[in-house]
Ligand binder design. Sequence first.
Ligand SMILES: [Zn+2]
Length: 66
Amino acid sequence: MNTAGTNRLTFPKLIWMRRQCPLCSSIRFRPAEAEPLDRLFGIFALRPVRCVNCWRRYYWFAKGNG
Ligand SMILES: [Zn+2]
């Protein structure tokens, strides 16, 4: 796949509804490694996760339950 010319900042993908990988439909995730940008997203209660199948990085909302 030729992606020449797309030199934009890659915004992290968010998982909104179901915690399912939109790429491989896996529902298994694990916490991603910390990045400096996570501090910013932590303000919005976004947690970095990785799909254990395709190893893509996503963010989802950490719902504090109780
Ligand atoms: Zn995946």
